[in-house]
Design a protein around this ligand. Structure first.
Ligand code: GLV
Ligand code: GLV
Length: 328
């Protein structure tokens, strides 16, 4: 039997994905329950044909330069801003992600964040656990209604649309901003209205981000954007932290330019602005958008399928993000 191709896995993934990978490859797995140290990654990548990595691994030019035999970079995430796509493409290394399978889970979490911040669910939970619940009261923990409010979606991709579907069930008015506008028919069918970012910020009760991180979206929301928002509005972010200027966000909340925020992602993960942690009118969760058993399992299988496509079947991987290397 031919030798199995060597694949580096930077962190243990859900079992079905690991099993599938093991079947086909000679695996080198980081079994530590932490991000693989950069030096270790640098050293181990040299003789590998496949790399399975996470959004917390910085696969930059220096790493790719060491990866002399590498034929695929399979990212266990839909976002791939952690990978230097230009360098990978120069070397004709396909980079793959895990789209679609995590769309609904991320939209669920987004909606959970939206309702939590609005109806003060986390704060109310803390209140009760502190033993302060003395009985029903007319003005205890009043929040804001979600239904019939205006939701502003920034980035109407797969996840943005899945959030729209949920919002429609709450009879929300939905406006969106994207660098590409949908055809009018598609907007009608989805029940969304396009507007300029400035108008979206002025009108929305919730500004929810669903765009990828790029140079264009870095600090898309900063001081001047928060100035435009309603004082009663909330920012929801389950996309990528650096799309929001976190320090400016803290100032906007402190200065009551906006009502608060609910975040799944942070500008310098895993660090979170300490002032955010002390605020009541924020909900903070640790990057768990896709974190359901079902979804993470599907993502692990998808990652394995992409590596198998390239290293076993010698095919174009199904979820390649730099398809131009195949000459299209
Ligand atoms: C998670 O943030 C992902 O990009 O999959
Ligand atoms: C990501 O999957 C998106 O298109 O929103």
């Amino acid at each position: 039997m031919a030798k199995k191709p060597k694949v580096l896995v930077t962190r243990v993934l859900p079992r079905p994905g690991m099993d599938l990978l093991k079947l086909h490859f000679d695996l080198d797995v980081n079994y530590e329950d932490q991000v693989i140290p950069r030096e270790v990654l640098k050293e181990k990548i040299g003789n590998k044909e496949g790399l399975v990595c996470l959004l917390t691994d910085n696969i930059d030019a220096a790493i790719i330069a060491r990866a002399l035999r590498l034929k695929i970079i399979a990212n266990y995430a839909v976002g791939f801003n952690n990978i230097d796509l230009v360098e990978a493409s120069k070397r004709k290394i396909p980079v793959t992600n895990t789209p679609d399978v995590l769309t609904e889970a991320t939209a669920d979490l987004t909606f959970g964040l939206l309702i939590s911040i609005s109806r003060r669910i986390v704060e109310a939970d803390h209140f009760l656990r502190a033993g302060t619940f003395k009985g029903w009261a007319p003005e205890l923990l009043l929040g804001a209604d979600v239904h019939e409010k205006t939701l502003g979606i920034i980035g109407l991709g797969r996840i943005g649309r899945a959030v729209v579907r949920r919002a429609r069930g709450f009879d929300m008015r939905i406006i969106y901003y994207d660098n590409e506008r949908l055809p009018v028919d598609a907007e009608k069918e989805l029940g969304v209205q396009y507007c300029a970012l400035t108008d979206l910020l002025r009108e929305a009760d919730y500004v929810s981000i669903h765009a990828p991180l790029s140079e264009r979206t870095h600090h898309l929301l900063s001081t001047s954007e928060f100035e435009l928002m309603k004082e009663t509005a909330y920012v929801i972010n389950a996309a990528r932290g650096p799309i929001v200027d976190e320090k400016a966000l803290v100032r906007a909340i402190k200065d009551k330019k906006i009502a608060g925020c609910a975040l799944d992602v942070y500008e310098n993960e895993p660090r979170v602005e300490s002032e955010l942690i002390r605020m009541n009118n924020v909900v903070l969760v640790p990057h768990i958008g896709s974190a359901s058993v079902e979804t993470r399992t599907k993502m692990a299988l998808m990652v394995a399928e992409n590596v198998i496509a390239v290293l076993v079947r010698k095919e174009r991987p199904p979820n390649v993000v730099n398809g131009q290397i195949y000459g299209q």
